[in-house]
Design a protein around this ligand. Structure first.
Ligand code: HPA
Length: 273
């Protein structure tokens, strides 16, 4: 079956399940799922109910879409994403973004947990992603281009919408949240980076490191969906601190940051209106 046919089936199935098309999709990263509890009159769709939708296997990722309203805006929250390191193809990794884009979503808010490379950003810090470096060694647009989805060579000069960064900063100010700005570099994982890799990433201009987000952001830009990226620094990247890295540390820090992140997202949605 063609990828485009799988997309069409998933879109059809979802549109039959929901009563209104969301304007904003919010992808919730590791340990950030709790924001879904705030959605008014939620309609939950489990991933297994949607044809061809990839299931997340990473700890800290549930597998459901929550449709409803936040701050008067129609949203869909994606609780649980899939990663390239899980063994999915890049096409599969971006399948959810493509489906939501075809459904009519105009804005994608992507959140993630990251390692901090820039030492002026502390663990627990919240960062507006300004730009990224794709260091995953592949790209979700490799292969035949579907000209109906977007151009063969999409522009990436403003992969993270500048107006949204401004609104995010306004929102953070109103909420008294320290908001940093940073460049996110994506490695494939699943091993954490070595200290030498982190030194390289720092030299290349990266402030944050992670294993997600970049594929989704590339696909969203391809489709003309505007992107807002927010990262929570869960730990100092390898070699920056003397500690060894564990996923448990990531989840523990994210638990502490999720309340501020929720407030920031709510305030951002108010700024969008
Ligand atoms: N490296 C890569 N991904 C991550 C990290 C890290 O240090 N922390 C959270 N996600």
């Amino acid at each position: 079956m063609l990828y485009s046919e799988k997309l069409t089936e998933a879109v059809k199935s979802l549109s039959e399940k929901i009563s209104a098309i969301p304007d904003v999709a919010i992808v919730l990263g590791s340990g950030l799922g709790s924001i879904a509890d705030s959605v008014g009159s939620p309609k939950v769709v489990r991933y297994e109910e949607i044809p061809f939708w990839p299931r997340s296997t990473a700890p800290g990722h549930a597998g459901k879409l929550v449709f409803g309203e936040l701050e008067g805006t129609k949203v869909v929250l994606m609780q649980g994403r899939v990663h390239y390191y899980e063994g999915y193809t890049m096409e599969e990794v971006v399948f959810p973004v493509r489906v939501l884009g075809l459904l009519g979503v105009k804005t994608l808010v992507v959140t993630n947990a990251s390692g901090g490379i820039n030492e002026s950003i502390p663990a627990g810090g919240i960062v507006a992603i300004e730009d990224h470096i794709n260091f995953m060694g592949t790209n979700p647009l490799i292969g035949e281009n579907d000209d109906k989805s977007g151009p063969r060579f999409p522009d990436m000069t403003e992969a993270y919408d500048r107006e949204y960064i401004g609104r995010l900063e306004k929102a953070a100010k109103k909420e008294n949240i320290d908001l940093y700005r940073g460049i996110y570099i994506a490695f494939s994982g699943p091993s954490f980076e070595t200290p030498a890799e982190i030194r390289m990433a720092k030299t290349m201009g990266a402030d944050l490191v992670g294993m997600s987000t970049v594929p989704e952001v590339i696909a969203a830009n391809h489709m003309g969906i505007r992107v807002c990226g927010i990262s929570c620094v869960a730990n100092a990247a390898a070699g920056i601190s003397k500690n060894k890295l564990t996923h448990q540390e990531v989840l523990d820090t994210m638990k502490g940051s999720s309340e501020s992140l929720c407030r920031l997202i709510f305030a951002f949605l108010r700024e969008l209106r």
